[in-house]
Design a protein around this ligand. Structure first.
Ligand code: AVJ
Length: 338
C-alpha cells in the first residue's frame, strides 16, 4: 500500500512523498546470523545510525579519504559535458539519496531539469534531505520515495508531472557505493537500475579505481582513527540495541588491499579470546580471529565496463579524475541483460 499523495504544503515543498514500504530490515536477526558464521561478518548497511552517519561524514573530510572530494571535483569538471549529454528537461532519480552536495552539483550542471526524485530505505532521512533540496531549488519539482534500491521500481507510475515523465531519465548513483557489494550483487543491482531505463535514458555512476595499495590502505585506515571509530560504532550499537557485552577495546580495526579480489577489506581483529553475549545468545571469538565488516571494490575502466555490459548497460562515455583515479560512467541501456 502506498500513502495517499500529500499536497506540497504538507510535504514541506515536496511534490510528493511516497512510502513504498520496503521490507523491514531485521537488525537482530541479521547481526546474530552474521556472528554465527564461521567467518564472522556484520552487514555494512547497519553502520549508518545517527552517530555512524556523522562518523561517515567525518571520514569524507579526512585527508587520506580521497573518494568524496575527488568525485565531486570530477563532477564539477565534467558539468558542461553532462549538460550536453542529458539535454533539456531531464528527470533525475537518485537511489540511496543522502544530503550530499553531489546532487546539487549535478542539478546545477544540467539544462533546466524537469524533476528530481530522491529515494532511500529510510523514509525520514530521504524526506528531510529532499525538503532541504526543495528549499534550495524552489522551482524544481521534487519528490521523495521511501524505497529500497534493490527492489524494482515503476518510474512511469510515479506521481510526477507530464513534463517530468517526458524528460530523459537520468539515474544518479555516485560515491562508488556499487563497490561495497559483492560482484554478484553489484551485477544484480546494475540490472535493477537498468530496469528503470528506457532507450535514450542513462545511468550516471561513480566507481572508484585501482591505485597504489598504500593510498588505498591509508584511505580506509586514516591517521585520526575516524574509520576505526566508524567500525567500532557498529559494535557500540549492537551492545546498546541488542543488549550485548562485546568489549570494543579488545577489537582492533584493520583494513588491507586484497589485489586478487581487487578490493579493500575491512575487519575487526580480536586482540585476545573473547566470550560475549548478544541478544541472549553466546559467542566466542579467539585471539586473532576476525569479524569481516566491509569490502570496497576498486575497478579499472575495463573491469567496470565489463560488469556494466553483463547488466545490459553500454558505456557512452567515461571520465577519470586527474589526481587519485576515480571514474564516472555514463551508461545507456543496450539490448537485454544476460
Ligand atoms: C560507501 C562507498 C562511500 O567504500 O569508500 C568508507 C564506505 N567505508 N570508509 C567506501 C566506506 C569506510 C565508502 N562508500
Amino acid at each position: 500500500m502506498t500513502e495517499p499523495r500529500k499536497t506540497p504544503s504538507q510535504t514541506g515543498g515536496l511534490s510528493f512523498f511516497e512510502d513504498m514500504h520496503p521490507p523491514a530490515a531485521d537488525f537482530r536477526a541479521d547481526i546474530l546470523a552474521g556472528l554465527s558464521k564461521p567467518q564472522k561478518a556484520l552487514p555494512p548497511k547497519y553502520y549508518y545510525d545517527e552517530e555512524g552517519s556523522r562518523l561517515f561524514d567525518a571520514i569524507t573530510e579526512q585527508p587520506e579519504y580521497y573518494v568524496t572530494g575527488t568525485e565531486l571535483e570530477l563532477m564539477r569538471t565534467i558539468g558542461p559535458e553532462l549538460r550536453e549529454l542529458a539535454g533539456e528537461g531531464a528527470l533525475v532519480l537518485e537511489p540511496g539519496a543522502g544530503s550530499s552536495v553531489k546532487i546539487r552539483t549535478l542539478l546545477d550542471a544540467l539544462d533546466s531539469p524537469s524533476a528530481y526524485v530522491g529515494m532511500d530505505i529510510s523514509g525520514d532521512h530521504v524526506r528531510s534531505a529532499c525538503e532541504a533540496l526543495a528549499a534550495d531549488y524552489p522551482s524544481l519539482e521534487i519528490g521523495a520515495l521511501c524505497h529500497d534500491f534493490t527492489q524494482s521500481l515503476d518510474v512511469a507510475a510515479l506521481p510526477l508531472s507530464a513534463k517530468a515523465h517526458a524528460g530523459r531519465r537520468l539515474v544518479f548513483f555516485p560515491g562508488s557505493t556499487i563497490g561495497n557489494f559483492e560482484l554478484i550483487d553489484a551485477l544484480a543491482l546494475l540490472k535493477t537500475l537498468r530496469g528503470w531505463l528506457r532507450e535514450g535514458d542513462a545511468l550516471l555512476i561513480g566507481a572508484d579505481m585501482r591505485k597504489a595499495s598504500e593510498a588505498l590502505e591509508a584511505a580506509y585506515d586514516d591517521e585520526a582513527g575516524v574509520t576505526a571509530a566508524f567500525n567500532l560504532n557498529l559494535i557500540a550499537r549492537i551492545n546498546r540495541e541488542l543488549d550485548g557485552d562485546i568489549d570494543a577495546d579488545a577489537l582492533q580495526y584493520k583494513a588491507f588491499w586484497n589485489p586478487y579480489r581487487s578490493r579493500v577489506e575491512m575487519y575487526l581483529v580480536a586482540r585476545r579470546d573473547m566470550h560475549f553475549t548478544v541478544g541472549g545468545e553466546r559467542f566466542v571469538i579467539r585471539k586473532d580471529e576476525t569479524i569481516h565488516m566491509e569490502n570496497s571494490h576498486k575497478f579499472t575502466l575495463e573491469t567496470f565496463q565489463d560488469l556494466a555490459a553483463k547488466a545490459g548497460l553500454r558505456s557512452r562515455k567515461a571520465w577519470v579524475s586527474a589526481r587519485e583515479p576515480f571514474s564516472i560512467h555514463w551508461l545507456e541501456p543496450a539490448g537485454e541483460a544476460c
